[in-house]
Design a protein around this ligand. Sequence first.
Ligand SMILES: C[S@@+](CC[C@H](N)C(=O)[O-])C[C@H]1O[C@@H](n2cnc3c(N)ncnc32)[C@H](O)[C@@H]1O
Length: 433
Amino acid sequence: MAKNAEIGETKTDAYGTRENWPPYTYRDYPYIKPETYKSFMEFLTTENTSGRLMELQPWISVCDSKCAFCYFPTTATSKVKIEPYLELLKKELGMYAKTKYVKTSMFDEIVLGGGTPSVLEAEQMIDLIDFCKANFNINKEYFIKVTGSSKTLALPKIDKLAKYGVYQMDMGAQTFDDKLRKNLCLPDSAIDVEKAIRHARKLDLCVCVDLMYNLPGQTMESWISTLKKAIELDVEIDAYSLHVDPGTMLEKMIKTGVSPPTGDTEYEKQMYLTAYNMLTSAGYKAVGHDRYSRVEWHMRENCLNGWPWGGILTTGAGCFMGYLQKFSYSNLENINDYMATVKSGKLPISRLSESTNEDMMRRTMTRLYLRLPVSKAEFMQKFGSTPEKVFPKQLQKLKDKGLIEINDKEVRITKLGEIWKGNIAWEFAPNQT
Ligand SMILES: C[S@@+](CC[C@H](N)C(=O)[O-])C[C@H]1O[C@@H](n2cnc3c(N)ncnc32)[C@H](O)[C@@H]1O
């Protein structure tokens, strides 16, 4: 295999297939039970002593159209009465805001996620953010981030959001190749995406685009020109490997031969390496799970760095990234069920997981997936033991493969480990041999 200069490795093999997601994601959470609901409600009556800053994440899980690959639980704009949904979203936020745990928590990010929050009018988004600012403790230094597609982010809307003080636009660009965009049912053209980005950048907004690789029919040339375009537009990048999810349009299209399949394991890895090498050469640093950033302080994002001790307070139909220390949760996906539950005065949680101490140790090791070190001192302080004592076999295996380094202070991934960070995380999942 050719020497891969930036990644600094001649050998890039370690496992058969690259895992792109870690264990302990929402699909593994058990459905909520009366006992776990009670336990969560009790937890919310306690003080937050973690000392970590948190993220507040109201979701607008509504989209004008469905992208072929998308596994996010969303509802079509035409089927939602937006104003009643926003009222109930505020009611849910208010239910959390009244709890002792949240009253003693400090937030430094308000993120309108989804879905496509930009289906809202700028005034509706601003009203929701104002509600968050009025009802939660917001740190002196805080950031507002809004997700949107160029189809619904008309330029005057961007102007209003920038004027209000939104810091970052997150845009699902996916690819700047119009042929691929059409096949994936993306609602806008590459030039529209580019126009919206250029406009936002002119207003000094930070823009972070989602890009996807290993798409059906995506050549390496197409991927390279999408990456070049993103670099030229001076945006932050989340580069996701396509996962063909059961039940998505794309899965059916591939099964029925309407769409070509995705590339094989080796091609997928080469696409990852191409992005890594091009972006690091252009001054980006790989941070978090899939982020490439050129802004130094973005690399220290608090809620990520505090994993698994910080928290994301997520709300809205279908949201699934919620975690408050040992509790992780996702909400009801059906927007009508969500609204009826909130109306009845109950938290609209669908799945809720309460981690045991052992799970928390395993989840702490998944910091490696986020490219973060596991501090031995912190591990000792939280669990009264060291990673080596708790996970001797896993750590030895990963060390032998050259995927991690251990010194007297911490465990961290190596350059080679970056390629296989998903697989590394799975070594710490329960029942792995
Ligand atoms: C809910 S979307 C938010 C984007 C927003 N709806 C827009 O139109 O700009 C979140 C991101 O998840 C990523 N994503 C969705 N489905 C995916 C899949 N099957 N595999 C990998 N990434 C996926 C996409 O990059 C997408 O932009």
